[in-house]
Design a protein around this ligand. Structure first.
Ligand SMILES: NC(=O)c1ccc[n+]([C@@H]2O[C@H](COP(=O)([O-])OP(=O)(O)OC[C@H]3O[C@@H](n4cnc5c(N)ncnc54)[C@H](OP(=O)(O)O)[C@@H]3O)[C@@H](O)[C@H]2O)c1
Length: 299
């Protein structure tokens, strides 16, 4: 079994590496040696020729695409680059996976939605991205589905954080040391996702016969931790669990303008992934606690 994971230096890529190397869930059918992790040095998704060249020399049974252009605000200025990585590279990966008869597991985002629905989004709800990042990710999903109607799987996730790299949790902990108080948006709602939890789910899915067996139609699944909160509530809980006495005030999106518009409420319904893959989903608070405990141990 040869399993390629792209984005090895990103939050999810690193979380999969950590889980593969430590998890007891890795069983006899799958060993850490099956996994090949690559970053942009080995496989640059901004370059069509780099992608072709890499796969001319490497064949896989499963490709897990964790790499993406993820800078939501900067994407407004770098639409072409974001489109290349989030759309055209995904299209190329789908074509290659299809030729190699590999399965493809791709990660997408809640930002494919406009956030205006009054209820949690299901996988079949109409997408309508409101920023460049969301549009490029949706274009990637559609290209993948067109080229691979079978044998691929897309997981839409939201508000990803981890003990790696820059994310909302690490930013809050840093700002907590630099400033006396913070204003955080309280009218954008959603669910955080601890990257280690998502990594565990991905590893469960790729072992599952509903993914491994031939002739599975390509499906989209929603995944995040459980619970619906605002960024403001998220920030407050980070400081509480980290035992930092800190003033976090709620502000509206209008009071905190950003280059990219953000959807208001992207809470996703996760019934499908729970039912099909028998996944147990942790509450956001317990996962946040796990992440903060690890961060504390690393200090
Ligand atoms: N972060 C979130 O809040 C969030 C929310 C919803 C969905 N998602 C999706 O979840 C997935 C994983 O996200 P993440 O949080 O792990 O993102 P991340 O930490 O930003 O990691 C993305 C990785 O993609 C790599 N990458 C960027 N450009 C590349 C290129 N041209 N060639 C090869 N690799 C390239 C980056 O490489 P470098 O390390 O070299 O820069 C980075 O390691 C992505 O599909 C993302 O769209 C994320």
């Amino acid at each position: 079994m040869r399993i390629l994971v792209t984005g090895k230096n990103g939050q999810l890529g690193r979380s999969i590496q950590k889980t593969v190397n430590t998890d007891i869930k890795i069983d006899n059918n799958q060993s850490p040696n099956d996994f090949i992790f690559v970053g942009r040095e080995e496989l640059d998704l901004s370059s069509e020729s780099s992608i072709s060249h890499y796969f001319d020399n490497n064949k896989f049974d499963i490709i897990i695409n964790c790499a993406a252009y993820t800078q939501v605000d900067r994407a407004e200025q770098e639409a072409e680059l974001a489109n290349q990585i989030n759309h055209l590279a995904v299209k190329q990966l789908a074509s290659i996976a299809s030729n190699q008869r590999a399965k493809l597991l791709h990660i997408s985002t809640d930002y494919v939605f406009d956030g205006e629905s009054g209820k949690p989004y299901t996988e079949t709800d109409t997408s309508n991205p409101i920023n460049v990042y969301g549009r490029t990710k949706l274009a990637g999903e559609k290209a993948l589905q067109a080229l691979m109607p079978m044998n691929a799987l897309i997981i839409r996730t939201s508000w990803v954080y981890s003990e790696y790299g820059n994310n909302f949790v690490s930013t809050m902990l840093r700002l907590g040391k630099e400033r006396d108080e913070l204003n955080i948006v309280s009218d954008q709602m959603g669910s955080p996702t601890y990257a280690t939890d998502l990594a565990g789910v991905i590893l469960e899915i790729i072992r599952h016969n509903k993914f491994r067996d031939v002739a599975q139609t390509t499906q989209v699944y929603n995944y995040s931790n459980e619970g619906e909160i605002s960024w403001h509530e998220f920030a407050k809980e980070i400081f509480k669990l980290a035992e930092i006495d800190y003033k976090v005030s709620p502000v509206s999106t209008q009071q905190y303008p950003t280059p990219a518009k953000r959807p208001r409420n992207t809470l996703m319904n996760k019934d499908k992934i729970v039912k099909v893959f028998n996944i147990k989903i942790s509450n956001w608070k317990s996962s946040l606690n796990t992440c903060l405990t690890i961060l504390k141990e690393q200090q």
